[in-house]
Design a protein around this ligand. Structure first.
Ligand SMILES: Cc1cc2nc3c(=O)[nH]c(=O)nc-3n(C[C@H](O)[C@H](O)[C@H](O)COP(=O)(O)OP(=O)(O)OC[C@H]3O[C@@H](n4cnc5c(N)ncnc54)[C@H](O)[C@@H]3O)c2cc1C
Length: 482
């Protein structure tokens, strides 16, 4: 796969030669995102640096009916940035401008290639932060966050990305530039901005984002409950929320993950604990101690063997480092993992974790759990060896069974990673064909010819969604690539 020579020449007229790439190394690098399933070669990759260049590229591709898609940092876990065969990837990482910081109106306007954590780093000294904090926040871009409507540990109290975006500038698939929202909340009329956030790179390419800034809390208390069973830790989560307390974050880490993070980050979690629960409370100074005492009591009532409290910022940061780098730490105990992202009602957590453990036994695989327990957003990490094809198949089946449980309980296929091409064929388990047609109709309003990021979210025509075709783990000619 490579650019058609005429298209390549036209692209070079818009960009410098070294920003139009279709060499083998580039094509291999960009054939996948963090999903690492379904790798597909793009036609080539282009690296625009500003809106004018982007518009010219999009108009050229549109005129030639060539499919294309934007890519941020490629940390997506549902394959959103994996190209349909022959598509052109538009790398957005160079849109890294900070255009405007407006503390009076609590907003910051940035390019979509800005890395998530950089926003808070820019405004922290002035007492503000950008709330969405995916665990990948040191790498992922705000453009990717908008596309996926990303969440993170602090979603429980503050909501997901859509709750923190005030406005965006977008290049539509025919090259038209539009603005949705602005610097203030509350534009009248249908909420097109809300519709756009979470459209997984299929409605338009975001070129500018105005984010809402949130004041840093006056006080933060981070508790660590240590539990003899995952069931007890899960019960502590639902009982805390039942009491009307909404912590900023409630994150559960099970024993498999504890073993892994102790090897890499060494946060001092007891190796014999079956689960630890991170509970973060934050607010203005008054009242928070009382709430912390109540949460501590609830953890004890649910059989916590110990409840620790971070004594200073260093201890707090270490707990969060262990939580946020947990996926990577699993590399010390397994050659590969496949992470799922199902959602269930919080009250069902204890039972579902038991069922996941049964699925692990059935397939003779280890399934680790580290997840946003307060939101009921599971992240079972199915550990397998990508060099053993039967294990790939088993991991795939186990993932589908877990999602089936989530859907059967009235939950969802994704809490934050998106559907992408990973779960598109499962959408029929959640929605009727009428629902799906209506959603596709909405997409066609923005992207009528489906030239932008085709083959995502919706079941492939002709495949029966209700057959529950799952994510297929594929093998390349050179070996297993999952
Ligand atoms: C270790 C790890 C931990 C993670 N933790 C979390 C977590 O806690 N919460 C969470 O929600 N996610 C998490 N993720 C998933 C991922 O980081 C997020 O989905 C993130 O928002 C993707 O950003 P990105 O820049 O990498 O986007 P990419 O992966 O490059 O792209 C993702 C999608 O966004 C589209 N896109 C990219 N840029 C633009 C643009 N400018 N305009 C329009 N569309 C665009 C792409 O076409 C694609 O469909 C995690 C991933 C990893 C690897």
């Amino acid at each position: 796969m490579a650019f058609d020579p005429k298209i390549k020449n036209d692209l070079i007229k818009i960009l410098d030669e070294d920003r139009v790439k279709d060499d083998r190394v580039t094509l291999y690098t960009y054939r996948s995102d963090a999903l690492i399933l379904h790798p597909t070669m793009p036609m080539g990759v282009v690296f625009p640096e500003n809106r004018e260049e982007l518009v010219a590229i999009v108009k050229l591709l549109h005129a030639n009916q060539i499919t294309f898609l934007p890519r941020g940092a490629g940390t997506g876990l549902s394959g959103g940035a994996i190209p349909k065969e022959g598509s052109v990837i538009i790398e957005m990482f160079r849109f890294r401008q900070i255009y405007d910081i407006d503390f009076a109106n609590r907003s910051i306007t940035v390019g979509p290639g800005v890395v998530n954590i950089k926003i808070t780093e820019h405004v922290k000294e002035n007492g503000y932060c950008f709330v969405p904090d995916p665990s990948s926040q040191k790498a992922c871009t705000v453009g990717g966050n908008v596309a996926e409507n990303s969440g993170g540990p602090h979603t429980l109290k503050y909501g997901v990305t859509v709750n923190h975006i005030l406005g965006i500038e977008v290049v539509l698939p025919d090259g038209e530039v539009v603005e949705l929202g602005g610097k203030q909340w509350g534009a009248p009329g249908p909420d097109l901005l809300g519709l756009f956030v979470g459209s997984e790179g299929t409605f338009g390419i975001v070129t500018k984002i105005t984010c809402r800034l949130t004041p840093l809390p006056e006080k933060v208390i981070t508790l660590l409950g240590i539990f003899p069973s995952v069931r007890d830790a899960c019960s502590a989560v639902s009982n805390t929320i039942r009491e009307g307390i909404i912590p900023a974050a409630m994150e559960l880490i099970d024993n498999v993950v504890i073993q892994a993070v102790e090897k890499t980050i060494a946060p001092g979690f007891p190796l014999d604990a079956e689960a630890v629960l991170v509970v973060e409370l934050e607010d203005m100074k008054d009242g928070i101690e009382e709430e912390a005492s109540r949460v501590q009591a609830i953890l004890n009532e649910n059989n916590a063997t110990e409840v620790r409290r971070a004594k200073n910022e260093e201890e707090r940061a270490l707990i969060w480092k262990a939580r946020k780098e947990a996926f990577g730490a699993l590399g010390t105990i397994s050659p590969s993992y496949y992470v799922q992202d199902g959602v269930i009602p919080r009250s069902a957590l204890p039972d579902v974790l038991g069922q996941i453990s049964d699925i692990a036994q059935k397939y003779n695989l280890t399934i680790a759990n580290v997840f946003h327990a307060g939101d009921g957003n599971l992240h079972p990490l199915i550990l397998y060896n990508s060099k053993i094809p039967e294990e790939i198949e088993k991991a795939d089946k186990a993932g589908i069974e877990i999602l089936d449980i989530c859907v059967s309980l009235g939950g969802s296929l994704s809490g934050e990673h998106g559907i992408g091409l990973e779960k598109q064929e499962l959408m029929g388990t959640l929605y009727s064909s009428e629902d799906l047609s209506n959603m596709e109709w909405v997409r066609s309003f923005f992207n009528p010819q489906n030239l932008l990021n085709p083959g995502k979210i919706f079941p492939t025509p002709g495949k029966c969604a209700e057959t529950k075709m799952g994510p297929q783990i594929v093998q390349s000619k050179s070996g297993v690539v999952a």
